[in-house]
Design a protein around this ligand. Structure first.
Ligand code: SF4
Length: 336
């Protein structure tokens, strides 16, 4: 019998926590005391994007509540198997921009490095849930090709670590890569897109803070928090460690039906992020990825929510409502 509450993760290193992710739907159901009626459908929906969540995050999910907004972000479901017109495996046509292994060049002045293919969670709405990561796993030698591309283009002033979740890579690898990038004069900024401070807050440890704070590059970390209940005291501690190391903290959320499509939730999210030193940056409309149509909202609903949000928050706490469209030179602002 699996105990409902298991806090052993609190004494584990981030690597141990990553190794011990909950990947078995039966374990999840038992932990959260969910009715097993739905278990077969959940198993079927796992497919090539199985259940994956950390124990730390699981502790923030309410037991006995199949509609918990954190649970809905990570629980595979039958709706994922329904095909919907306009929802595709590569909604942003990233494969066309993936010219070197491990590198995507979408926007002028910035390149994105796919530092790792793995994540500490599988978010069910992820636009890269079908991405061909197997073609983008780089050795140090192969990273030289991506570095050469950056070196050869003086317009590139910012490098973005993405994935998967880039902080799945070891600090030794990340320190090496960051050093190589910092040696390229025209690169000024490093941006890291990660959910680790929220999924496994212990990832923000001394070794991580060392390479982050010692680089000459100006470092920004972009978190991905969709609901205020994702922020607990462990997350707050990890954010404080980042702030104390001089890292700029931003957040981007995805507007998700049944999860954060309420003015109260989005207001609380912005306010609580700011309490933890994080500025709300983007509120994304869902990327139309196959398997995630049930999370989408009509644009008119998104706009009326946004209008209400605007009347509740000061301008600096209002994230920009955006949509990503392949082929555009920047994100598209969705305006009132
Ligand atoms: S952490 Fe990011 S890349 Fe990983 S599954 Fe979630 S949204 Fe996708």
């Amino acid at each position: 019998m699996i105990p409902r509450t298991d806090s052993t993760w609190q004494t584990q290193s981030w690597q141990e926590q990553l190794k011990n992710l909950v990947c078995d739907p039966a374990e999840l159901f038992s932990r959260l005391n969910l009715s097993p009626d739905n278990l077969a459908a959940v198993r079927e929906a796992c497919g090539d994007f199985p259940l994956r969540v950390s124990h730390s995050y699981l502790e923030r999910i309410q037991p006995n509540n199949p509609d918990d907004p954190l649970l809905l972000q990570i629980l595979p479901g039958a709706a994922e198997l329904q095909s919907a017109p306009g929802y595709t495996r590569d909604p942003l046509l990233e494969r066309d921009k993936n010219l070197n292994p491990g590198l995507i060049h979408k926007y002028r002045g910035r390149v994105l490095l796919l530092v790792s293919s793995a994540c500490p969670v599988h978010c069910r709405y992820c636009f890269r849930r079908h991405f061909p990561y197997d073609d983008n796993r780089n050795s140090r030698l192969q990273w030289q090709q991506a570095l050469h591309t950056i070196r050869s283009d003086p317009s590139i002033s910012e490098v973005i670590y993405s994935g998967g979740d880039p902080l799945t890579a070891s600090d030794r690898q990340l320190a090496w890569l960051t050093e190589q990038i910092a040696a390229i004069d025209h690169v000024k900024r490093l941006r890291i897109h990660t959910r680790f401070p929220v999924l496994i807050p212990a990832r923000i440890n001394r070794e991580c803070l060392l390479w982050l704070s010692q680089s000459r590059l100006r470092v920004t970390m972009v978190l991905h928090v969709n609901h205020p209940a994702e922020l607990d005291r462990h997350v707050a501690d990890s954010l404080q460690r980042l702030q104390q190391s001089g890292i700029t903290l931003l957040n981007q959320s995805v507007l998700l039906r049944g999860i954060n499509d309420s003015v109260d939730t989005l207001t609380a999210l912005s306010e609580q992020l700011f309490d933890h030193g994080v500025l709300p940056y983007y509120l994304h409309l869902l990327d139309k990825v196959a398997g995630a149509a049930h999370f989408d909202l009509p644009e008119s609903t998104a706009l009326s929510l946004y209008r209400a949000l605007q009347s509740r928050l000061p301008g600096y706490l209002l994230p920009r409502l955006v949509r990503e469209e392949s082929g555009k030179t920047a994100k598209t602002l969705v305006t009132l």
